[in-house]
Design a protein around this ligand. Sequence first.
Ligand SMILES: *Cc1c(COP(=O)(O)O)cnc(C)c1O
Length: 358
Amino acid sequence: MYRPSKIEIDRAAIAHNVSEIKRRIPQQLMAVVKANAYGHGAVEVATIALENGATMLGVALLEEAIELREAGIDAPILVMEAQFPEYAGVAAKHDVILSVFSAEWFEEAKAHLGERPLTVHVKVDTGMGRLGLRTREELDALLEVADDRFVIEGIYTHFATADEPDSALYHEQQVRFDRLMDGLGSRFKYIHTSNSAGAIRMAGEDVPYNLVRVGIAIYGLYPSSEMASFYSFLRPAFTLKSKLMQVKRLEAGQTISYGATYTTTEDEWIGTVPVGYADGWIRKAGGFAVDVNGNRCPIVGRVCMDRFMIKLPRAFPVGTDVTLVGGPVPIDELAAHLETINYEVVCQLTGRLPRHYV
Ligand SMILES: *Cc1c(COP(=O)(O)O)cnc(C)c1O
């Protein structure tokens, strides 16, 4: 690797988060590693999670599940996004669990299955308004049509507001799910409803469900600022680092970057950092401040495709470390600056930034 910019992933932090979450909940733990483990590296995170108490993995795409299988991971994997029925055979071949929510899907999938049965979890929409069946009639029809080419192993729903402490919808969704399931609980080996926020909220409560799907928390991040107090045991694992490539002194009145939006007002030390919007370090990061040797240094001028400029308090040698995200630069601070959530920050930094495991 020649470029000095990299994302460092702290393996010990992920191991700590997974085992501390597992210690707090009686349910089985599914580690959600979709989207390359929220940018942390799917194979690496899945391996660490399985070593520290997770027993199942969750992904969004069949491609993501197959990547894990090809890396030799043999734990159960649930694909949570819908897949077209023509890929039922591919999923069965790789022993991957699909999410389904209609009788028609089973009818169509039958033509695409060979010898191996396909394992599925039924997805129920109790108020998220995206994927899933909504009525008991749909559920009964689905159970009716599935023959022995399918193993209906689980049923689940997803909360829209688990990260809001006083949400009425959260409780309403629980009630709808229980009502829809009434009398059917024993048909499913796994019943699950909770993401990170839900899992931690209900930690210690006597709920009948036996599996939770935890994503953001295993990376040491909070689902929302309201949830931070529940999560003080977490350790973030993600740091984006680079190095100063050029440091120069500009006199007053000089402009910086495209559009000449920044003008020096005095003699200023300006450093360039080789990370840009092609890495997912988007132009909106302009005006944020990164860390150089314990100094928060503001980004000046527009972020370019491959680099950006910062104002330094004094001269620093070329090669000095710069921390863009993590450690002294809390990820939630960047998320707030970008008017988004930490989830989006870790997902948007591209594969052009190599991941290093420390
Ligand atoms: C992504 C996802 C999760 C994980 O959510 P976190 O908030 O990251 O814990 C759980 N369930 C489903 C269905 C998801 O799509």
